[in-house]
Design a binder for this molecule. Structure first.
Ligand code: BGC
Length: 258
């Protein structure tokens, strides 16, 4: 029997508040190829220094193909529209253009949670799931990615729904847990309240929870009282890189029409 030895490769970069991580990705398996490279996010996290770090990471692999890059804010046609947890100077910046000037291949930018969600839907906890699936990433903020029969509804910003008069992510993000030194049971109550409000307006069939805290899912997911089943993400730290590479490869970036 002849088996195909060809490997579909992509390249993804995940821009986070503390680190910028990139790696070659095996797009058949949804796995990193070799070790990822991580460089501290420049502080303040202004566009130009961040572009240079992204270019350095891509260059260190000698990669010249399409590059997928995540950004922790609303991304439409390459332009950042919000910057909740990074420097406000990103707002209105054409990130695609800024990076393309320093990187040989075409750059595709997308929201970080959308990228993580794409990876989970293709390779992880959401594989083959139809209906309405909501991915939530708990980190510095709360990111969201909504899928209808496997299709992404880009740039949902459910981290910012109002919960008891406050921005949802302010009290229920993983950063809030650390900042306020909450134990998992106490934090789970906040996540539960957050999900309560979310479920008042949305009836998903499945919620996938990602971010570092998904590794400890057994400590808090069973404490939730949501009507929607909640499962931990499977790709964990690599989901953003894998999803970005996938989006660039398949050109999944949502384009404005008209
Ligand atoms: C941002 C989202 C982002 C999320 C996770 C939120 O504060 O508004 O765009 O996906 O944080 O980084």
């Amino acid at each position: 029997m002849i088996t195909s030895l060809s490997l579909v490769q992509g390249f993804g970069v995940d821009i986070g508040g503390s680190g910028i991580k990139g790696c070659l990705v095996d797009l058949d398996k949804g796995q990193l190829i070799g070790e990822r490279v991580r460089i501290e996010t420049p502080q303040p996290s202004l566009p130009d220094p961040v572009y240079r770090v992204v270019a350095e990471i891509v260059g260190s692999f000698g990669w010249t193909g399409r590059v997928g890059v995540t950004f922790p804010g609303v991304m439409k046609s390459g332009v950042a529209h919000t910057a909740a947890n990074v420097d406000k100077s990103w707002i209105g910046t054409d990130v695609d253009a800024g990076m393309s000037a320093l990187i040989p291949g075409t750059v595709e930018t997308l929201n970080d949670a959308d990228a993580a969600g794409l990876a989970e839907m293709r390779y992880g906890a959401g594989r083959d799931r139809r209906g309405v699936v909501l991915m939530l990433t708990f980190g510095t903020g709360i990111g969201s990615a909504l899928f209808v029969d496997g299709h992404l509804v880009p740039n949902t910003e459910f981290g910012h729904i109002q919960v008891d008069g406050e921005d949802g992510e302010r009290r229920a993000s993983a950063a809030a847990r650390e900042r306020e030194e909450l134990g998992y049971p106490e934090w789970a109550q906040r996540v539960d309240r957050y999900l309560d409000v979310l479920e008042a307006g949305l009836w998903p069939d499945l919620i996938i929870v990602g971010g570092g805290v998904s590794k400890k899912a057994h400590k808090w997911v069973p404490l939730l009282s949501t009507r929607t089943p909640v499962v931990p993400a499977q790709l964990q730290n690599d989901a953003g890189i894998v999803g970005a590479a996938l989006a660039a490869h398949e050109n999944l970036e949502p384009r404005a029409h008209g």
